[in-house]
Write a protein that binds this ligand. Structure first.
Ligand SMILES: [Zn+2]
Length: 468
C-alpha cells in the first residue's frame, strides 16, 4: 500500500484480534512484531517454512496456541486481510473446504515467500523511530504487561528496550489548536469524545466548555469523567463500551483536556479504576442517567511502571458499574413542588437508605465513594435544614446565596471518619462553613460531633414523625 507512514500506523491501529475464551487471539500481532523485527534488520522476504518454524514456539509461548505448524497457518494467511502481509503465488495454493485459508500441506509443498508489503518494509527498515512507535503501540495494546523474553524473541530488544512508552506519539503535554489538528497529525475521529487515535489506543477528550465538565475528585488526583452521549440516558455502547473494555483489560488510555478558551493538550495517561452511574443533566437540559468513569492518572502507560496504590485500586475494582441513579426520585421537572417539604424529605430519606444498604464496605477509596455519595441524602438534609446551619450553637450563618440561589451550606457526615457511616440523612448534617470547620478541625470537635449527631437524629425523627 502506498499510503505512507500515516497509512501504516492506521492499518496497524486497526488490527483488532477476535476475543476468544480466556483472552484475545494474539496470533496476528505476534507475526507482525516478528516481521517488523526482521524489517529493522533488513530482512524483507521469508519462506513459509521459516515463518512456520519461528512462529510455532512464539505462538505457543505468547499466544497460548497449540505447539504445532497448523497454528501458524491462520496468522500467515489472515494478516493479509489487514493489508500488513503479502504471500506470493497464492493462486497455486489449495484452500480448505471452506475456502478460508490454504491447507497446511499445500503451504509445506509450495513453501511460498511472504513478508510485509514492500512500501511498509521500506518505511520500517529506514525509519527506526517509526518502527519503534508502531511496535510500541502494538506492545501496549496486546502485550502489556510485557512477557519476559518477548522482545528478544521477536528481535526487537535493541529497538525497544526501555523505550516502549517513550516511542509512542503524541507525547504527553503536546498541545493542539483543535480536534482537526489532532486528527491531521495522529488520526482518529474528529468529533467523538471517546475514540482511538490512528494507532488504536483509546483517547478520552475532556472539554471544560462542553455540556458537562469533568472534575477532579476531592482529595485525590483522580478524574470523574462523564461518558459518551450528549442527551438522554447514556448507554453501554460506543465510547462507553470501549471504556469498559479498557477497564476490564486494565489498559492505559490517553486523557486529553481543553480548558475554557484554551488548547487541547494530551494531559496524561490514565487507567480506569471504577465506574458509577449517576444523575446528570444532558445537553438538552433534561435530567438523564450518565456514566462517570473514574480515571487515575499514571506517568507511563505500562503496567510495570504503575505505583502500588494504582495497582491496589485495580485489584479492588470489581468491574461492575455502581448504580447511584435509583436514589433520586426528586426531579424538579416532575412537579415535585406539589409535594410538601416533609413528604419530599421522607421520600429522599427512603431512597438514600436504599442506596446506602446496597453500598459495599468502605475501602481506602473512600474519597471516591464520598464524591459519588448519594445526592438524595444531600438533598434531604438541605431540605431539612430550611436553608440554615443546623448547628444550634451557630454563631451566625451567612445570608448571601450562591450564584444558583442556594444557601451556603456544607452537607457532611457528622462523624467524618470514613467508618462505614452510610449516606443517610439521620447521620448527616448541613452546616455553615464556620461550623463545618469547627466540626472538622476545632479543638472541641469531638463534643461538637456528639452533639450534632443528636441534633441530626432528632431533626430527622421530627421530620419523619410529624408527617404521620
Ligand atoms: Zn453555623
Amino acid at each position: 500500500m502506498a499510503d505512507g507512514a500515516a497509512g501504516l500506523i492506521k492499518r496497524v491501529g486497526g488490527l483488532a484480534p477476535a476475543a476468544r475464551d480466556g483472552g484475545r487471539a494474539l496470533h496476528r500481532p505476534l507475526l507482525l512484531l516478528w516481521a517488523i523485527g526482521q524489517a529493522v534488520q533488513g530482512r524483507s522476504e521469508h519462506r513459509w517454512s521459516t515463518v512456520r518454524d519461528v512462529l510455532v514456539p512464539l505462538l505457543t509461548a505468547y499466544a497460548g496456541a497449540p505447539a504445532r505448524a497448523q497454528s501458524v497457518v491462520y496468522p500467515f494467511w489472515a494478516l493479509r486481510n489487514n493489508h500488513l502481509w503479502e504471500v506470493a503465488e497464492v493462486e497455486g495454493l489449495r484452500l480448505t473446504s471452506g475456502g478460508r485459508r490454504p491447507t497446511l500441506t499445500t503451504l509445506n509443498e509450495a513453501d511460498p515467500l511472504a513478508g510485509l508489503p514492500k512500501n511498509d518494509f521500506d518505511l520500517l527498515s529506514r525509519d527506526t523511530e517509526l518502527a519503534a512507535r508502531i511496535t510500541g503501540s502494538v506492545i501496549l495494546r496486546f502485550f502489556d504487561p510485557l512477557p519476559a523474553g518477548l522482545l528478544d524473541a521477536v528481535g526487537l530488544t535493541e529497538l525497544l528496550v526501555g523505550r516502549v512508552d517513550t516511542s509512542l506519539r503524541p507525547r504527553v503535554g503536546e498541545p493542539f489548536t483543535n480536534r482537526d489538528t489532532i486528527a491531521d497529525a495522529h488520526g482518529g475521529n474528529r468529533v467523538l469524545g471517546i475514540t482511538p487515535l490512528a494507532d488504536g489506543i483509546l483517547t478520552a477528550y475532556s472539554d471544560d466548555q462542553g455540556p458537562y465538565a469533568d472534575k477532579r475528585i476531592d482529595g485525590t488526583d483522580w478524574i470523574a469523567y462523564t461518558g459518551d452521549g450528549l442527551s438522554g440516558d447514556q448507554q453501554m455502547r460506543g465510547g462507553n463500551k470501549s471504556m469498559q473494555r479498557y477497564r476490564t483489560e486494565q489498559r492505559a488510555l490517553r486523557y486529553w483536556h481543553k480548558p475554557h478558551r484554551g488548547q487541547w493538550t494530551f494531559q496524561t495517561w490514565a487507567v480506569i479504576v471504577d465506574c458509577h452511574r449517576r444523575w446528570g443533566r444532558g445537553e438538552d437540559g433534561q435530567m438523564r442517567r450518565e456514566y462517570a468513569w473514574v480515571l487515575a492518572p499514571v506517568a507511563s502507560p505500562l503496567h510495570q511502571d504503575w505505583p502500588q496504590p494504582i495497582l491496589d485500586a485495580l485489584r479492588e475494582d470489581d468491574g461492575r458499574v455502581h448504580d447511584h441513579t435509583q436514589d433520586t426520585p426528586l426531579d424538579e421537572t416532575e412537579g415535585a413542588e406539589v409535594l410538601s417539604g416533609r413528604e419530599r424529605y421522607r421520600r429522599l430519606s427512603a431512597a438514600a437508605g436504599r442506596t446506602a444498604s446496597r453500598r459495599s464496605a468502605r475501602s481506602h477509596r473512600t474519597e471516591v465513594e464520598r464524591y459519588f455519595r448519594s445526592p438524595a441524602a444531600r438533598q434531604a438534609v438541605i431540605l431539612r435544614s430550611g436553608g440554615t446551619c443546623e448547628n444550634p450553637r451557630c454563631l451566625g450563618h451567612p445570608e448571601e446565596l450562591t450564584d444558583a440561589g442556594a444557601p451556603i451550606l456544607e452537607v457532611d457526615h457528622v462523624n467524618d471518619l470514613g467508618n462505614g457511616g452510610g449516606d443517610i440523612p439521620e447521620t448527616m448534617i448541613a452546616l455553615c462553613p464556620n461550623c463545618h470547620a469547627l466540626k472538622t478541625r476545632g479543638r472541641s470537635r469531638r463534643e461538637l460531633q456528639a452533639a450534632l449527631l443528636n441534633v441530626a437524629r432528632e431533626r430527622h425523627r421530627v421530620f419523619i414523625e410529624d408527617m404521620l
